[in-house]
Design a protein around this ligand. Structure first.
Ligand code: PMP
Length: 428
């Protein structure tokens, strides 16, 4: 049996951990079978408990933009660890990473560190409400902003994979303040604004959606949202947890040339340690405690190890901006290769790609929003996923996820991936 030790470990884990995992998507529920337990990783590869090697397209769901165990990041963590792991006091490195991040990202003056993307988005929305004095928010069906209550309304990612886009436990009172629009559909937003005059604090979205597969914004969508926000005194929040320090040094704001009012970060900014952050112009950030009235805090926020990993990662990216071009080119190569073999094999598919985010939907209909993403054939996706896994290629175990390309991937790895996709789908 290929995955014997992983399966044994999963049986044991299920006794003590709900569903055997600490985050639902890891359980392989959308694709069936037992999850694979990973023992270690280096560069483009991860190694499971049965000794198998995989080319990794998950990359810890985004943080590992330079590949696993990247030496400068590892060295920074080790050096910091020797000096103590947490003090609960200000430390110099927090200013260093804040200075670098605000240099790299356009249109932000200050940044506050938290411990996850969930916290970043949750705090960004609270800040928007505090700043505007309004209660309601607009989110988009299929966008995922973490598991805080107001976002678990038609959420993407694991929430939809598990068939619970609306979670029990979220009160009606909370749900009524979250209004739902359709991604890439400005009219749906205009209607909500008209029906809730002067009540909307913010519009939050993934500027490139990554939690219903990868869905780039259509032309004028983000610009249109920006205009609507200006017109109606609404703050525009970009959830750049996936896109930040990935779509460009300055994230999606820079790549797509649209300014947000508040930006949420996660993943890459922590270099693989638990970090999130939110940032804005000074006049907005001034609303935060301790100088402003909006409360937000964290015992381990700005933790030295996490900051060391994040600072090392951002420094690498800032010092080597050619990385962004390189990962984009690799992703385009992968897209073209997959396109060719899936076409040759007569498979119905749509590949969406922008920068180093890419996903395959087994549907010929263009995938532009949650509804069209849901048209994909999950039976084909399951077969594809397990086939790839057997060939040593680890893609996200759900069609409602994006793949993340790392700089550690070589063109040989990409060729192997394309050949595996060819082999699997030739037999369909
Ligand atoms: N926003 C987006 C766009 C995400 O993709 C995620 C997680 N995948 C989150 C927020 C939540 O981040 P975390 O899992 O770190 O809480």
């Amino acid at each position: 049996m290929l995955y014997q030790r992983s399966s044994q470990l999963f049986q044991e884990a299920k006794k003590y951990i709900p569903g055997g995992v600490n985050s639902p998507v890891r359980a392989f529920s959308a694709v069936g079978g037992d999850p694979i337990f990973i023992k270690e990783a280096k560069g483009a590869y991860i190694y499971d408990e049965d000794g198998r090697e995989y080319i990794d397209y998950i990359n810890s769901w985004g943080p590992m933009i330079l590949g696993h165990a990247h030496q400068p990041v590892i060295d920074a963590i080790i050096e910091k660890t020797k000096k103590g792991t947490s003090f609960g006091t200000p430390t110099e490195i927090e200013t260093q990473i804040a200075k670098l991040a605000t240099t790299m990202v356009p249109n932000i003056d200050q940044i506050r560190m938290v411990n996850s993307g969930t916290e970043a988005c949750m705090s960004a929305v609270r800040l928007a409400r505090g700043f505007t004095g309004k209660d309601k928010i607009i989110k988009f069906a299929g966008c995922y902003h973490g598991h805080s209550d107001s976002f678990l309304i038609q959420a993407g990612s694991g929430a939809v994979t598990f068939g619970t886009p609306n979670s029990p436990g979220v009160t009606k009172g909370t749900a009524k303040d979250t209004l739902l629009a359709q991604f890439n559909n400005l009219l749906s937003v205009e209607e909500l604004i008209a029906a809730n005059k002067n009540e909307i604090a913010c519009i939050i979205l993934e500027p490139v959606a990554g939690n219903m597969g990868c869905i780039p914004p259509q032309e004028d969508f983000l610009e249109g949202l920006r205009e609507l926000c200006n017109e109606h005194d609404i703050l525009l929040i970009f959830d750049e947890v996936m896109t930040g320090f990935r779509q460009a040094e300055g994230g999606a704001q820079q790549r797509l040339n649209v300014n947000a009012d508040i930006v949420a970060f996660g993943k890459v900014i922590g270099g693989g340690l638990p970090v999130g952050a939110f940032a804005a112009r000074k006049e907005i950030m001034d609303y935060l405690a301790p100088i402003g009235p909006v409360y937000q805090a964290g015992t381990l926020s700005g933790n030295p190890l996490a900051m060391a990993a994040g600072l090392a990662m951002l420094t690498e990216l800032h010092d080597h901006p050619e990385i962004f071009k390189s990962i984009d080119e690799k992703t385009i190569y992968l897209k073209e290769g997959l396109d060719k073999v899936l076409t040759k094999n007569g498979v119905a598919f749509t590949i969406n790609q922008i920068g180093s985010m890419i996903s395959v939907h087994f549907s010929e209909t263009p995938v532009v929003d949650f509804e069209s993403a849901a048209l994909g054939n999950n039976e084909y996706f399951k077969k594809f996923f397990h086939g790839m896994l057997e060939e040593g290629i680890y893609i996200a175990p759900s069609a409602f996820e994006t793949w993340f390309i790392s700089e550690a991937l070589s063109y040989t790895d990409l060729d192997k991936t394309i050949a595996a996709a060819d082999k699997i789908t030739a037999a369909w």
